[in-house]
Design a protein around this ligand. Structure first.
Ligand SMILES: Cc1cc2nc3c(=O)[nH]c(=O)nc-3n(C[C@H](O)[C@H](O)[C@H](O)COP(=O)(O)OP(=O)(O)OC[C@H]3O[C@@H](n4cnc5c(N)ncnc54)[C@H](O)[C@@H]3O)c2cc1C
Length: 235
């Protein structure tokens, strides 16, 4: 939270002796501009001594669950415009390409049938939610959890192996958080009055699974209002 407020920073190797370095932050959470944060907290590290910036840029990433519906009469929404991004790491290239492929497939079939209204395009909703949207929605619950906890809680959780790096990686791959909370760790948490964190973590894992199931159970157009109303209660 102190270096990349509500987000993370990265250093990816590129060809030769160059790297891609950046920082992603939660909008509106800190008064410091992310570019200032990048220079003062990351590029100031000894690793970057005597280096030069070759190219630079930035932008918004819609890290949340997908739009509830991706279609309208004669309209299909793909990629960032439909908020199709992995909420944990902000990777949106894969989901954008996937949504584009499914949308193109459904569009060509709809054009052949001559049915281009919302119902004619609905299959895109169902297929995207099944292929990636359900996982994304589950991960959005995890994202909210991670953005709400303090550095101290996260560090303690990691140290006690309540949340392991592998759990986070697995969650980002399949959208489920499977916890390995041992009795010993539970006792440690009780003794330092961090039971609240443990309960939040358990509650998050359950909620992720409920939300993911809800998206896997994506409705037909006539049941959409009821599905959407139920989604609001799950969040
Ligand atoms: C700093 C940063 C780093 C990122 N790193 C990664 C990463 O490492 N991995 C990853 O998977 N994702 C990453 N992302 C996210 C990823 O870039 C996006 O999720 C992805 O590019 C979305 O694809 P898209 O096609 O939906 O939208 P875009 O790539 O934004 O494409 C939309 C296009 O539409 C054009 N356009 C806009 N308005 C109009 C108009 N009116 N008429 C015509 N054209 C228009 C735009 O110029 C643009 O070319 C990163 C994002 C940022 C900001």
């Amino acid at each position: 939270q102190s270096i990349a407020c509500g987000g993370y920073f990265w250093i990816f190797p590129r060809s030769g002796r160059s790297v891609n370095v950046g920082v992603g932050v939660q909008a509106g959470k800190s008064n410091t501009h992310p570019k200032t944060q990048l220079y003062s907290q990351i590029l100031s590290k000894p690793l970057f001594k005597d280096t030069e910036v070759l190219t630079a840029g930035g932008g918004y990433v819609p890290t949340r669950r997908p739009l509830d519906s991706l279609v309208g009469d004669g309209v299909m929404i793909v990629g960032d415009a439909a908020c199709l991004v992995n909420p944990i790491h902000g990777g949106g290239i894969g989901p954008s390409m996937l949504s584009g492929r499914i949308a193109a497939d459904v569009a060509s079939e709809a054009i052949e049938r001559g049915v281009l209204d919302r119902c004619g395009l609905w299959r895109y909703n169902r297929e995207y939610m099944k292929a990636y949207g359900a996982k994304q929605a589950g991960l959005d619950i995890f994202r909210i959890f991670l953005q709400e906890i303090s550095d101290e809680e996260l560090n303690y959780g990691m140290k006690q192996r309540l949340v392991k790096e592998s759990d986070v990686l697995r969650a980002s791959l399949d959208g489920d958080l499977r916890l390995t909370i041992t009795e010993k760790a539970e006792r440690a948490f009780r003794s330092i009055r961090k039971l609240d964190f443990l309960m939040k973590l358990r509650g998050t894992a359950r909620k992720m699974s409920r939300v993911k199931r809800h998206f896997l159970d994506y409705p037909e157009p006539e049941d959409f209002p009821a599905w959407r109303a139920r989604l609001k209660t799950l969040y």
